[in-house]
Design a protein around this ligand. Structure first.
Ligand SMILES: *Cc1c(COP(=O)(O)O)cnc(C)c1O
Length: 375
């Protein structure tokens, strides 16, 4: 058996090596390193995949969030609602732009923002909601969009972990994660479900005026060369990365399927383990299992289990061990607030390996090892 990894990028590459290498070689042959034709081609292909929404490429998923917020023309002190159980980037860009992150606890089963708690947090300064489609499934977007309409708020969907997931509205309409709000943002960090060989990111923008604005902000606020209309930044998707992504996009559906199959197999293997809860799939969203995240019963010593797995060559991760409201950088205004679900999750979640190359025998070995620890 190969060494078990959280994500097997080498194995995935081996299967499409010739196509990827040819794509990279083309960029080198053309010396089209910055804004080469592949950046546009990939953006167009991704736009087609997502149903025609404008795709604005940028340097990484954090920049995508930042540029999206910059495009909303907010004032310092404006409030942005987001889940407290998320990767730091979601909160970081808000604080960086002198906006105020307003944390909301998450749903105990689905790990996405608890929509029943959003309205309590809306004030006259609230300008946007940033739901995060955590671990690979969508937040309750229908309710979020209704609230946004009612309170005139923007919606930016952090889709870094859920590209390819689909959300179904109650009228039967099925759409891709990231294409529902005003702007969706994603990351092409290597371990993400559509990952490149370095950094990359993109915004999915409904309205063409807003898409032009995002494009302009990502390019030094420039409309025409050397004419700067707004304060922007320098955030480009590298052409070599675009060439790699253009190949991998063709396999995204297969990658989602492989992760879903692996998740079903884990569910099956773990179904009689009463002290472990397997991830629940929210019925309005497909799940693309960026992570397969277990909730351990309080009686399980998580550190002990992690060490035991490690001794047997099995990696595991905690996403995320310290909730954002308790982080030094973000606790000033929030440390006395109670987020009981997030606090419990931070102590009880454990993500085990899931990726496109994982085999049934690896999964069986992982689950047997977990079971032997619990005995
Ligand atoms: C990965 C990630 C980001 C940031 O993406 P980068 O490309 O690493 O900047 C933002 N939000 C979430 C939820 C993520 O998982």
């Amino acid at each position: 058996m190969n060494k078990i990894q959280m994500v097997d990028l080498k194995g995935q590459y081996e299967k499409i090596k010739d196509e990827i290498n040819a794509g990279i070689q083309d960029v080198i042959d053309q010396t089209a390193f910055i804004n080469g034709p592949k950046v546009k081609e990939f953006s167009e292909h991704l736009s087609q995949y997502l149903g025609g929404i404008h795709v604005v490429p940028c340097a990484n998923g954090t920049d995508a969030l930042q540029i999206a917020l910059m495009a909303l023309d907010l004032k310092s002190g404006d409030e942005i609602i987001l889940p407290v159980h998320t990767y730091v980037a979601t909160a970081e860009v808000i604080a960086l732009l002198q906006l105020k992150p307003i944390f909301v606890d998450v749903h105990p089963d689905f790990f996405t923002i608890d929509v029943t708690q959003i309205e309590n947090k809306i004030s006259s300064k609230t300008k946007a909601i940033v739901p995060v489609h955590l671990y690979g499934q969508c937040a309750d977007m229908e309710t979020i969009m209704q609230m946004a309409l009612k309170h005139k708020l923007f919606v930016i969907e952090d889709t870094a972990q859920a590209i390819g997931a689909k959300y179904t509205f109650s009228d039967g309409r099925e759409v891709f994660a990231g294409t529902i709000g005003d702007i969706g943002t994603t990351s092409f960090f290597p371990s993400k479900n559509l990952g490149c060989f370095g950094d990359g990111g993109a915004m999915f923008v409904k309205n063409s005026e807003m898409a032009n604005k995002c494009t302009m902000i990502a390019n030094h606020g420039q409309s025409v060369k050397y004419q700067h209309d707004v304060v922007g930044c320098n955030s480009r998707l590298d052409t070599i990365q675009a060439a790699i992504l253009d190949v991998k996009l063709k396999y995204l559906d297969d990658y989602c399927k492989a992760r879903q199959d692996a998740a079903s197999f884990y569910n099956e293997l773990l179904k009689d383990v009463s002290r472990i809860n397997t991830p629940k799939n929210y019925n309005k969203s497909t799940h693309v299992y960026h992570q397969y995240t277990l909730i351990l019963d309080d009686s399980i010593d998580r550190t002990g289990l992690q060490n035991f797995l490690k001794e047997k060559g099995i990696p595991s991760m905690i996403y995320y061990p310290i909730p954002l409201h308790k982080q030094k950088a973000y606790k000033e205004n929030n440390q006395w607030e109670q987020f009981p679900v997030t606090e419990k999750l931070s102590n009880t979640v454990l993500s085990i390996p899931i990726h496109t190359e994982i085999t049934k025998s690896e999964q069986s070995f992982i689950v047997e090892t977990i079971k032997s620890y619990l005995k």
